[in-house]
Design a protein around this ligand. Structure first.
Ligand code: HEM
Length: 221
């Protein structure tokens, strides 16, 4: 067996045991870098803006990474990848919380009248808030205990909210940029591809079920 075959046929538990801690540390990279740059005074002329942009980007990227796990896992048959989906989702929530806290704390100093004025003036804040609010039930029900309590079907239905979160994130970004729409449109395109994959997979599995039912009917009749 070649090294590549050994790698591909490795057992899921083995892959997870070795890769999960490495992936976890890599996910902490952006916040570690921000902290390091902050201490060294390397965040540029407007540190709050730098933190907002970096944490906003990370939130979006982790949401898209979470949504990429299922297609990637099916296409590459690396089924162990499912073990990192929850981690990516929780990192999206973590960076989303840092992003929101930057606005609440560093930008607005928790001054309610200033926040309300900002919400009224900049509609993209409302889209961002919607995206963040939709992430809360996902984070709260991310445990194995919650899956058991809710039952797989209901849990899965709730967790489809992640598409709405990512869509709100994209709208938030499209609304906030003044001229160059390239980056938010790249995120929108990626989200579109991931959603199209899901719809395609759903239609294919439904057609499969219909065909199986039809075959069963024929063989009984
Ligand atoms: C799902 C939730 C959210 C996502 C995915 C998200 C994502 C982003 C992204 C990608 C950016 C642009 C980063 C860049 O320029 O490179 C951004 C900027 C920003 N976000 Fe969010 N965000 C979210 C929620 C929020 C919330 C809840 C707030 C505050 C209430 C907020 C406030 C801001 C602000 C003030 C900016 C900078 C705007 C500017 O440049 O003028 N975001 N966000």
């Amino acid at each position: 067996m070649t090294a590549e075959e050994t790698f591909l046929s490795a057992r899921p538990e083995y892959m997870l045991r070795y890769f999960k801690p490495v992936i976890f540390l890599a996910c902490l990279g952006p916040v570690a870098l921000l902290t390091w740059d902050g201490f060294r005074g390397n965040l540029g002329a407007n540190p709050i803006e730098a933190i907002t942009h970096s944490t906003g980007d990370c939130t979006m990227v982790f949401l898209l990474m979470t949504l990429s796990v299922t297609p990637l896992r099916r296409l590459t048959r690396q089924y162990w990848l499912i073990g990192v989906r929850r981690m990516f989702g929780l990192f999206a929530f973590f960076y989303g919380t840092l992003h929101l806290m930057t606005w609440l704390w560093l930008d607005k100093f928790f001054a309610v009248h200033e926040m309300l004025a900002d919400i009224a003036k900049r509609r993209f804040i409302t889209a961002g808030m919607t995206g963040f609010a939709l992430m809360i039930p996902l984070a709260v029900t991310s445990t194995k205990w919650a899956i058991r309590k809710m039952g797989g079907k209901r849990w899965q239905a709730l967790h489809r909210l992640i598409y709405a979160t990512a869509a709100a994130g994209v709208i938030h970004y499209i609304w906030l940029v003044k001229a160059d729409l390239r980056k938010p449109l790249q995120y929108a395109a990626l989200l579109g591809v991931l959603m199209a994959y899901r719809i395609f997979a759903w239609v294919a599995s439904r057609n499969g079920r219909v065909a199986v039912a039809a075959n069963a009917g024929t063989s009984q009749g």
